[in-house]
Design a protein around this ligand. Structure first.
Ligand code: ZN
Length: 281
């Protein structure tokens, strides 16, 4: 850990004990939608959060913030209510560990979450391209397992059928993916699907025109794959998310608006103080 990081972390811990950050967080009126992929103890790549770390994150978030459903957050945006200190938990892709490892922890702390599933690969042996070189197998859920998640009270959202880059497909193909994923989940679960999440995290993978298609196809919200805060007046069909952090303190510093990883700015109680390259952290 470099010296600058040590200083920033020490400053954060002092501020954290004083409750100052939470007060400023409420005033700053920004919410955080967190994006996870996997929670397990058999893999250790960049998409996987170890179970004890995930549990610590959920325990600390529950103590400090108001964790709400995605639809509650969208309602708050639409009605102009206070966003400060609100957090939403989401998962992408439909990995089996979402049910086996993440869901029990979420239930233990009574935390709601939305799981975005890639419908064409549920109940298959599909290996996503980014997992192809992984020596550990990360199986996807079956429809029975997705139903079990829904029965536990979690929201199931759509993440397309085949996980294409919607910035590179034609609008007709994008519409087919967006429509068919919704219809498939609704058929399997017998309940309405309101939430959609773009595949992939780059900005060019999440075009504004495709968000319009998501709205036209009857969804109530659309999450993006890249980082940023939800603010008053945010478009419910352009909701930024915070990708998962490797440690709890990294996550808490981000949610507290103390350290913003994505734009390369370290903010001390909301004020930019250090510019740095994001990958330093
Ligand atoms: Zn995905």
């Amino acid at each position: 850990m470099n010296i600058r990081r040590q200083v920033v972390e020490a400053m954060y811990k002092v501020c954290d004990q004083s409750e100052l950050l939470r007060s400023i967080g409420k005033i700053s009126n920004m919410a955080n939608i967190l994006m996870f992929h996997r929670v397990n103890d058999y893999d250790s790549d960049g998409l996987t959060t170890p179970t004890p770390v995930f549990e610590e994150m959920m325990r600390e978030l529950k103590k400090r913030y108001q964790i709400v459903t995605l639809s509650e957050l969208v309602h708050t945006i639409r009605t102009g209510g206070p966003l400060g200190a609100k957090v939403v938990i989401t998962f992408d892709d439909g990995y089996r560990d979402n049910l086996n490892c993440a869901a029990p922890i979420l239930k233990r702390y009574d935390i709601p979450a939305t799981f975005f599933v890639t419908t064409g690969f549920i109940d298959t042996q599909n290996v996503f391209p980014w997992d192809a070189s992984n020596t550990v197998l990360n199986p996807l859920m079956t429809w029975g397992e997705v139903r079990n998640l829904a029965k536990l009270g979690f929201e199931i959202g759509a993440h397309t059928v085949t996980h294409p880059d919607l910035g590179a497909t034609s609008h007709d193909d994008a519409r087919r993916e967006i429509r068919a994923a919704k219809q498939h989940i609704e058929g399997e679960l017998g309940q309405k699907v309101n939430a959609f999440a773009f595949p992939f995290g780059r900005r060019d993978c999440c075009p504004v025109e495709v968000s319009k298609i998501v709205r036209e196809e009857g969804y109530a919200s659309c999450c993006l794959g890249y980082g940023g805060k939800v603010r008053p007046g945010s478009d419910p069909f352009r909701l930024n998310r915070i990708p998962m952090y490797p440690t709890t303190i990294d996550l808490l510093m981000e949610v507290d608006n103390f350290l913003t990883y994505f734009d390369g700015t370290t903010r001390f109680v909301g004020v930019p103080v250090i510019r740095h390259k994001p990958n330093e952290w």
